[in-house]
Design a protein around this ligand. Sequence first.
Ligand SMILES: Cc1cc2nc3c(=O)[nH]c(=O)nc-3n(C[C@H](O)[C@H](O)[C@H](O)COP(=O)(O)OP(=O)(O)OC[C@H]3O[C@@H](n4cnc5c(N)ncnc54)[C@H](O)[C@@H]3O)c2cc1C
Ligand code: FES
Length: 286
Amino acid sequence: MVKLYQADVEIIENKHLTPVHKLLAFNSKQIAAHPIPGKFITIDLGQFFRRPFCIAGVNGTKIDILYRIIGPGTEYLSKLKKGDKINVFGPLGTGYSPLAKDVLPVFVSGGTGIASLRYLAQTLNKPGLLFYGAKTKKEIVGLELFKKKKWKIILSTDDGSLGSKCNACDLFNRYLSTYKLNNLSSVVFACGPKPMMKGISAKAKEKGMKCYVSLEEKMACGVGACRGCVVKVTNLKSPAFQEKAGSRLMMQDGQIKNQSINNIEFDYKACCKDGPVFDSAELLWD
Ligand SMILES: Cc1cc2nc3c(=O)[nH]c(=O)nc-3n(C[C@H](O)[C@H](O)[C@H](O)COP(=O)(O)OP(=O)(O)OC[C@H]3O[C@@H](n4cnc5c(N)ncnc54)[C@H](O)[C@@H]3O)c2cc1C
Ligand code: FES
């Protein structure tokens, strides 16, 4: 079991990568000791709840966070300088599953979703295929590592200022057959806005491809205690679920009802503890 660590750490870098993105770095031996891509930390940014951020890279004991300035918390973070301290907590959640030797990693990133995939790419010993969609050319971020590791990068922007004029989901759908991506040759890893991940999951399901998504639900505690970040899942194959499924009943309006949607048994999982990375086949998107 990974030991959670909370401490004030000193910022060693907080630099702009684009007008709306920054790369923040700090040293933490404890967080670096569990180098699993897909895990995240929370940072106290002077708001009521701590804010979650993926680990975007680890070099020695240096931890990278790649973030978009979007609201009061990240605005506050963006103003901090080298030498300032932040309180970090982690590493939290479950990360990406290891990749089998003979398959091509296919990443689909929408916007700041690149942060989580950047660290995964760093740990893989072979290049893959990256589909990356952003609003505009100026918001394409975090590609240096992919270029250095010789990934094939296919870009799109909403305004057509770079790459195809479409979103990451349409880009992925468009190039599936070009790159002969199928269930035997490739595994998909996606991170970005929910509609994008829903679309990618549907396409992967249609093609029988294994697909992992990293969800970004709003979080409070970050450790599975408040249930504020739950997502609906099905897991018909799990023996534990099968055992529960027959007997699980719940009270609703004074009546006892089975927990089911269209006869599909479902359950809830905490995005922060059981995720944020999920096998897309177990998610019920609604
Ligand atoms: C597991 C996880 C990992 C994350 N990793 C990163 C990362 O690596 N880099 C990064 O830039 N961001 C990441 N995020 C999102 C980040 O946590 C939010 O952008 C941040 O909390 C915003 O805080 P704020 O106070 O600046 O803005 P808020 O005032 O909290 O939000 C500003 C706006 O953004 C929306 N918003 C806030 N959080 C989310 C969210 N999780 N999903 C969708 N919309 C949201 C709000 O609805 C609001 O409209 C991650 C979120 C999760 C759950
Ligand atoms: S944020 Fe509290 S359970 Fe996930």
